[in-house]
Design a protein around this ligand. Structure first.
Ligand SMILES: Nc1ncnc2c1ncn2[C@@H]1O[C@H](COP(=O)(O)OP(=O)(O)OP(=O)(O)O)[C@@H](O)[C@H]1O
Ligand SMILES: [Mg+2]
Length: 213
């Protein structure tokens, strides 16, 4: 009897699907721990949390319609520990499920690494272009840590490229909109204009810090 060595089709397809998913996640930079940061795990425990959740949910629902427009981005800023990073990642996970390629940029780590490698022109352009070109960019904790001129220059190159090309950003930052503008008006006002329709500024009030709940 001739032996049939063919692999069952379904299994090989699933393997390929899993490999593809793994590589998509790796590219996005979102890790396994962060996969718990979903909409369903986000409690509406106070007014600020509801505002954050509703705005992020509306952004997801309307994204297809607005993605190529001037105001195609999301800004969550203000009070520390109020769930800004959590809900930003929830939006990113939602997009990844729909095959919208989001790249996660933990601001402080990425800027530090880019600055350390600044003399390597090839590394620099490659690192920057990943954040300039991706379909959606999530900048987490914008302007965290000490800021100097090179920090501003790097983030300006990224934001300005995306601004000029109508590419969406999701931004989380502990600073108010006024403080973002004060750091750098060029960067701040571009972000503000892009995020105008989906911006939440969470009032600085320790009662809005979920970590202390
Ligand atoms: N409404 C919420 N429901 C459930 N968990 C929450 C909620 N808000 C925050 N958390 C949890 O609290 C912790 C802090 O939230 P998160 O990191 O999103 O805050 P943040 O606003 O980004 O703070 P920071 O300004 O320090 O970056 C996380 O573990 C997050 O999952
Ligand atoms: Mg955060």
């Amino acid at each position: 009897m001739p032996q049939d060595n063919r692999q069952p089709l379904a299994i090989s397809c699933n393997c390929r699907k899993i490999e593809k998913l793994k590589s998509e996640w790796k590219y996005s930079g979102i890790n396994v721990e962060q996969s718990k940061l979903t909409f369903s795990n986000f409690e509406e425990w106070n007014e600020a949390a509801s505002r954050v959740k509703d705005t992020a949910a509306a952004y997801c629902t309307e994204f297809d319609e607005i993605r190529n427009k001037r105001r195609n981005s999301l800004l969550l800023c203000g009070q520390v520990g109020s769930g800004k990073s959590h809900i930003s990642v929830a939006v990113a996970l939602n997009f990844l499920k729909q095959k919208i390629k989001v790249v996660y940029m933990p601001y402080r780590d990425v800027i530090t690494k880019i600055k350390q490698n600044m003399i390597d022109q090839e590394y620099y352009s490659k690192a920057i272009s990943k954040y300039q070109l991706c379909e959606v960019l999530l900048i987490d904790d914008l302007f965290k840590g000490k800021i100097n001129e090179s920090d501003i220059n790097i983030i300006f190159e990224i934001i300005n490229y995306r601004y000029l090309n109508f590419l969406p950003v999701i931004v989380s930052s502990e600073f108010t909109i006024d403080r973002l503008l004060a750091f750098d008006e060029g960067v701040g006002s571009r972000i503000y204009e892009m995020c105008k329709d989906y911006a939440v500024e969470i009032e600085k009030d320790i009662r809005n810090n979920y970590r202390l709940k």
